[in-house]
Design a protein around this ligand. Structure first.
Ligand SMILES: [Zn+2]
Length: 412
């Protein structure tokens, strides 16, 4: 017996006027998603707790069964690991953006005009040559996609208790990096990060690539904004917790990072991009294939969250319909008499606010011997009437593992 968990990022939503007060899930044509609800057991799920909007990192850790209130240690390290950068246990990592600032350090563009990978790579070569004043500390700076980058600081006595430099708004000045507690480690890390950010700026503002960019009427990438200080969470891999072989199919580096720290094998899928243009069918085929080798496969789709953050109603409905198509392939190629298929979202992302919200998400599990209920449709309000009732994110993994016969008895 195997289990496939499909996580559709930010798919859950609120009823909206433009859809006649339906949610995008209620408005979309989705026979295959409904099929899971019809044959399975349904419910709603608070990833962390009612009313708490989860980040995609904490939500995915919760879905994998980890108590994020105990183990959460920041986003930066997960993002770095997911983009293929080596992060050691005590390294502190940050998510970074190439940005454009004016001479008063006011942010003009947080993405430096969505700088090309090629330009960013050339700038990184120069930045990586910078020497720090503290010889025991080293750093690694790597661009990932377009304006995105990661920074890993390696050395003794580091801390994640440092503030972000990213004001996360255009027209505001870059924030001063400060220690967030009174420890020597926090002061030391804030000093190193400030020094780096300052030296990055000095190199970038004179860099020939940026001079060329200005000539080409492009925004210069003259500042590195940092946020989300994090270390690797201290967690036991799923293989140890449940005795399973687990794999993940995801395109976004954050989700890949989360799955990697949980000891899951990352499966690369060509043309899986983490955007609305992703190859849904290729992901479905990879998932079906992976179930031949792995006991548990997490299939993550980012497109629904992208549409929600952009406030694009039609696109979100369309993405749900494409997911339905993807699920149709899976249903036709997966034996649900001997395997389990679960589908859910990692959080609600509202098309109206463009933000993650604390509303619960729908969940459905189909497979042998599940106590199927009367729910016939996979959406927020229909699933609320299901047999799973209202569970927490950390309840899902034990529920699935119990169906697979992988949980241990508590007591004698
Ligand atoms: Zn998410």
């Amino acid at each position: 017996m195997k289990s496939l968990l499909i996580v559709c990022d930010g798919m859950s939503d609120r009823p909206i006027k433009e859809l006649g007060w339906k949610t995008p899930l209620e408005a979309a044509r989705k026979t295959s998603l409904n099929q899971i609800a019809k044959t399975g057991i349904c419910g709603i799920m608070d990833l962390i707790a009612p009313g708490i909007p989860p980040g995609s990192d904490s939500a995915t850790l919760a879905l994998l069964g980890y108590d994020i209130l105990k183990i959460y240690s920041g986003r930066g390290a997960l993002e770095a690991i997911g983009s293929g950068v080596k992060v050691s246990p005590n390294d502190v990592a940050f998510r970074c953006n190439f940005a454009t600032v004016n001479e008063k350090l006011v942010v003009l563009d947080r993405r430096a005009g969505r700088i090309s990978n090629e330009d960013a790579s050339k700038l990184v070569e120069s930045l990586q040559r910078i020497k720090l004043e503290t010889p025991s500390v080293r750093f690694l700076f790597k661009n990932t996609i377009q304006h995105r980058a990661v920074l890993v600081i390696h050395g003794p006595k580091l801390s994640t208790a440092v503030s972000d430099s990213d004001p996360e708004k255009i027209g505001e000045k870059v924030l001063e990096i400060k220690p967030l507690d009174t420890s020597l480690e926090a002061q030391h890390t804030a000093k190193i990060l400030s020094e780096l950010v300052h030296k990055f700026h000095e190199v970038l503002k004179k860099h020939p690539i940026n001079k060329q960019r200005v000539k080409r009427k492009l925004l210069p990438a003259n500042f590195i904004l940092c946020r989300g200080a994090g270390v690797i969470p201290k967690i036991r891999p799923l293989s140890e917790l449940y005795g399973i072989k687990a794999a993940c199919i995801a395109a976004t580096s954050l989700i890949k990072g989360v799955c990697k720290v949980a000891g899951m094998k990352l499966i690369y899928v060509k043309n899986a991009t983490g955007t609305p243009q992703t190859d849904f069918l290729a992901k479905a085929k990879a998932a079906v294939q992976a179930l031949k080798t792995f006991d548990f496969v997490l299939l993550h789709v980012k497109a629904t969250d992208v549409s929600s953050h952009d406030g694009n109603i039609q696109q979100k409905v369309e993405m749900i319909e494409k997911i339905d198509n993807m699920v149709s392939y899976i249903l036709n190629n997966m034996d649900l008499d001997s395997n389990y298929l679960a589908i859910t979202a990692d959080h609600t992302t509202s098309l109206v606010t463009g933000n993650h919200e604390g509303d619960p998400v729908p969940i459905a599990i189909a497979g042998p011997y599940v106590r199927s209920d009367d729910v016939e449709k996979f959406d927020e309000r229909s699933c609320a009437k299901g047999g799973l009732h209202r569970i927490r994110g950390t309840d899902l993994m034990p529920t699935l593992m119990s169906l697979l016969g992988k949980t241990k008895k508590f007591g004698t």
